[in-house]
Design a protein around this ligand. Structure first.
Ligand code: C2E
Ligand code: MG
Ligand code: MG
Length: 250
């Protein structure tokens, strides 16, 4: 894995994020893949945890931020404009003292306007050390970036802290969307998170939307954005660009 960066074996796939009212693509989540010379395409759950343990997540994560910003800027120059790219930050990256400096450097190098970059931090990471979380989030927000809480509902959010975090978006975990049609409990939870988001003036996105029933339920319940196989799986950059051009009629 140590050599994989220089050998250029990592690639980013992009999964569209769709505005539920207009049906337009408004952003994309960058998701890493390792194209291993022998094993082929390796999904992130098979190497991100190891990268976290060994510290290799630092250079890999830096590459991800750079590549996502570079690609978004390239798309903007090619007329695919106004899209926000969401990048996942691991716990170890979030507590890295050099995080802000690294991000500032990438934004300078790629000339991407910070409003087109969003960082996804999981609920469990964000709740680990509340006071230092607030400090870091405030600095990131001060740079003009978007901030989203990933896998929301799976951790133990202290709701009173939620309003102290300078975040823009809650991303409801796929596990709740899976059963939103068949489970009254999950439907209640999702509806409550959507209501909470609106009251706190946060954007709310659901991940893992796989069928039209789920989509219609989320439309009726006023979710803002959706991401899932129903619209598209994560795609290589060229296929993602074609998808956006078609869908947004560019
Ligand atoms: P995540 O951030 O929660 O990403 C969503 C995962 O759900 C992605 O899996 C995506 O492909 C999958 N997904 C999206 N829609 C659907 C759907 O409708 N049905 C199903 N069954 N799955 C769906 P992926 O790409 O395998 O990534 C898994 C996790 O790996 C991510 O979860 C994230 O935590 C981590 N990850 C991916 N890329 C990066 C990265 O660049 N850096 C870090 N630190 N973590 C990453
Ligand atoms: Mg994510
Ligand atoms: Mg997630």
């Amino acid at each position: 894995m140590r050599k994989a960066i220089e050998r250029e074996e990592f690639v980013l796939y992009y999964q569209p994020q769709i505005d539920i009212e207009s049906g337009r693509v408004v952003g994309m989540e960058a998701l890493i893949r390792w194209i291993h010379p022998e094993k082929g395409l390796v999904p992130p759950f098979q190497f991100i945890p190891v990268a976290e343990e060994t510290g290799l997540i630092a250079p890999i994560g830096e590459w991800v931020i750079y590549e996502a910003c570079r690609q978004n800027k390239a798309w903007q120059k090619a007329g695919v404009e106004g899209l926000k790219v969401a990048v996942n930050l691991s716990g170890r990256q979030f507590t890295d003292r050099q995080l802000l400096e690294k991000i500032a450097t990438v934004l300078e190098q790629t000339e991407l306007d910070p409003v087109y970059l969003e960082l996804e931090i999981t609920e469990s990471t964000i709740m680990q050390d509340i006071e230092s979380t607030i400090t870091v989030l405030e600095k990131l927000a001060g740079m003009g970036l978007g901030l989203a809480i990933d896998d929301f509902g799976t951790g133990y959010s202290s709701l009173s802290y939620l309003k102290r975090f300078p975040i823009n978006k809650l991303k409801i975990d796929k596990s709740f969307i899976d059963d939103v049609i068949v489970s009254d409990d999950d439907a209640t939870i999702v509806a409550a998170i959507i209501g909470l988001s609106h009251n706190l003036k946060l954007n709310v996105i659901c991940e893992g939307v796989e069928d039209s029933e789920q989509l219609h339920w989320l439309q009726e319940n006023r979710c803002n954005e959706i991401q899932g196989y129903y619209f598209s799986k994560p795609l290589p950059a060229d296929e993602f660009e074609a998808f956006v051009r078609e869908r947004n009629k560019l």
